[in-house]
Ligand binder design. Sequence first.
Ligand SMILES: *[C@@H]1O[C@H](CO)[C@@H](O)[C@H](O)[C@H]1NC(C)=O
Ligand SMILES: *[C@@H]1O[C@H](CO)[C@@H](O)[C@H](O)[C@H]1NC(C)=O
Ligand SMILES: *[C@@H]1O[C@H](CO)[C@@H](O)[C@H](O)[C@H]1NC(C)=O
Length: 323
Amino acid sequence: MALLLPKTNFVLAIFLLLLMLSTSKGSLDVHYYHQTCPQAENIIFETVRKASINDPKVPARILRMFFHDCFIRGCDASVLLDSTPGNQAEKDGPPNVSLASFYVIEDAKTKLEMACPGTVSCADIIAIAARDVVAMSRGPYWNVLKGRKDGRVSEASETVNLPAPTFNVTQLFQSFAQRGLGLKDLVALSGGHSLGFSHCSSFEARVHNFSSVHDVDPTMNTEFAERLKKKCPKPNRDRNAGEFLDSTASTFDNDYYLRLMAGEGLFGSDQALLTDYRTRWIVESFAKDQGLFFREFTASMVKLGNVGVLENGEVRLKCQAVN
Ligand SMILES: *[C@@H]1O[C@H](CO)[C@@H](O)[C@H](O)[C@H]1NC(C)=O
Ligand SMILES: *[C@@H]1O[C@H](CO)[C@@H](O)[C@H](O)[C@H]1NC(C)=O
Ligand SMILES: *[C@@H]1O[C@H](CO)[C@@H](O)[C@H](O)[C@H]1NC(C)=O
């Protein structure tokens, strides 16, 4: 008995160690569909590629969709659920206009259900599609961890927890920290604004009657402010008016950070990254070195993809409704 005890303890210790590792690391895996749906990523890539050729707004929208999904209830595809009688879903919550590419994910899902029924979660489709739109736009490529399950809850009221375009670094930092993301992730993921367009409503307050002492946000370049005033006159009659988020809005690159250095960040929450000493040095390093930005963006996207992952949920058969 006395001889057996150390061995039993040893086995127990190994068992506990394995248990700890398996619970702390989660079950996401690059090869998750290797046996069950090896063609999954090709199907998603082809669907996203064709949709992006048809509508150049698709890449920015899908990238934003991934961010939105992971920030609200974790990466569980809650952003894709339709409202039901008695429940208004996230997609009908306030800042939803820039998302309107749900059909692309649904289209990929339909094809995946034919190829490998009931296997690939909608949450994984968004994560893979987000990587694909970045790579397609000449940005970096990375391996997406997979194995997320889909949630069953989506509440429009929760979209207030998305970081607002008016946030300063303190508010942004708090919002990111609640999801286990740090300052570096904040600056790197803000680089997602390398793709896309914004309507006037998200930034016009910076160029009209900004404060009691400044008509225009003093952190904004004055020529840039004049351009924005012309694009978004007050009162604004064109509902579609707006501006691209950086000067190369269909190429994923570090131009976003160069714009910040020039005082040409579109949102207050963009320009604040340069104004605040806590994030300024990170902006400067990404503006100088696109390779560094790509590496850090990739690492932060993987981290974002781990936020609130469900391991016990369902694989939806249609992305817009629970099973
Ligand atoms: C945004 O929400 C409104 C209602 O709140 C809805 O009518 C509209 O279809 C939604 N837009 C998208 C793209 O889902
Ligand atoms: C950020 O905004 C909050 C809320 O408006 C304010 O209380 C805080 O002082 C601001 N912080 C900085 C660093 O500007
Ligand atoms: C500017 O804002 C102030 C309050 O901050 C308001 O009293 C004033 O009417 C506004 N002016 C214009 C032109 O909108």
